[in-house]
Write a protein of this length. Sequence first.
Length: 331
Amino acid sequence: MHDFRKSVLQSALWLRDISQDTFSWSAEKHRIFHTCRRAYLIRYYIAQGGWDASASPIARKAFTEKYLRTFPAWLEELFSESLSDALLQLRTVPKHRYADELIHTLKLRLSHRIFLAEAFLAEKRDLTDPKKLSFFDLYYRTRRFSGRRQIIAECKQFFRKFLSCLPASSLAERILRTDALAWRVPPAFLLTHCGAIPVYLRPRIHAFDQGEAVFLSFSLFPSESDLPHTGYSCGEPDAGALGDSLFASYASGRFRTERITCHAVMQCGPEFSEEELRPSPAPEKLIRESAARMLAHLPSSADSLEDFPPGRESARCSRCRFQGTCSYLDC
Ligand code: SF4
């Protein structure tokens, strides 16, 4: 690397808060660390300071990339948030009307969120604020959609199909058989601990009813080509399974029960499927070892770049949201 680029990178690295005391662990951090060290460096040490307009261009680019969403991830987020809204709203509905109201309310909440997204996209707010609905598919996978309108059109088409399967699904049955007041809708993140290690987890919609903790998980893919083909390269449990295990650990401690069920729903193209899983709590040994390996790799200067080599697996790189920053660092 030329010295000039080294000094640019040095100015971009977010080194203010790096110490054992400020470290936290998450399933996503673990996933990125084990799939590509370069993406890990960009996500957790270069992008961190990029919110500041006076930060270096490379830090701001990494920050923009950090907020890029894939289309399937956005569909999952839309559905999960709309269902959370509907469950909260239905708490006041009498039991005999609950079944009729569930799908109706869910459709209304979903339509409202899609309407807002349509306005965001039309106004191109993502171009000035990366935190506003920024799509990987508009940034790097530009042939996926012909334009912003097609995103909304495909979203509506997807949910028409998905919602037609819901009334007869065991997800609807599961929701209806659970006490309406038992449902809890999640905040964006939960902080728990594994020994002294702070662990952030992404919560699921969950309930504790009749001695059982149940939580819901959704995987929504408009077509098979949207399925991620990028698992771990080193035999680790996949990120979704690890996330479910972490949530199972949280639920078992929070509700003091061993009866934990994950109701997993998947739509891939025309195929709708569901299953009930019994995730085991996350192995503490895995978290401790993973955290120790990350702590042994704290970047301290631009020379640390060699400790964070690019994975360069073409299937993964073509879908990597950090590919722009990565190619810059690779010069
Ligand atoms: S483009 Fe490839 S090598 Fe670069 S950060 Fe992404 S996954 Fe890693």
